[in-house]
Write a new protein. Structure first.
Length: 88
């Protein structure tokens, strides 16, 4: 068995470099596949969620603005009512 495990080991620098080069190539291919997978996940999953969050934020901002406007109108109406009451 020791002979079989020694047969798999590189015998010189060239074999070692070829072995390492092949492993680096496999690693690069794996990283490319991972990158493609993450890009797909971002496009299909995260991007629509970001759009929904942006839509909710815009709605919240619009509601906040409308709330302030209604509060302003109520304040103006109250002031006008008080002025009319004091002028009678």
């Amino acid at each position: 068995m020791a002979e079989q495990s020694n047969a798999a080991l590189p015998k010189n620098d060239r074999e070692l470099l070829l072995n390492v080069s092949g492993k680096i190539g496999s690693l690069v291919e794996s990283m490319d596949r991972l990158n493609n997978t993450l890009s797909t996940i971002e496009l299909k999953r995260i991007e629509p969620l970001e759009k929904k969050v942006d839509d909710l934020q815009a709605w919240k901002d619009q509601f906040s603005g409308a709330y302030k406007f209604v509060l302003f109108l109520v304040s103006v109406g109250t002031i006008i009512s008080l002025v009319k009451a004091f002028l009678k």
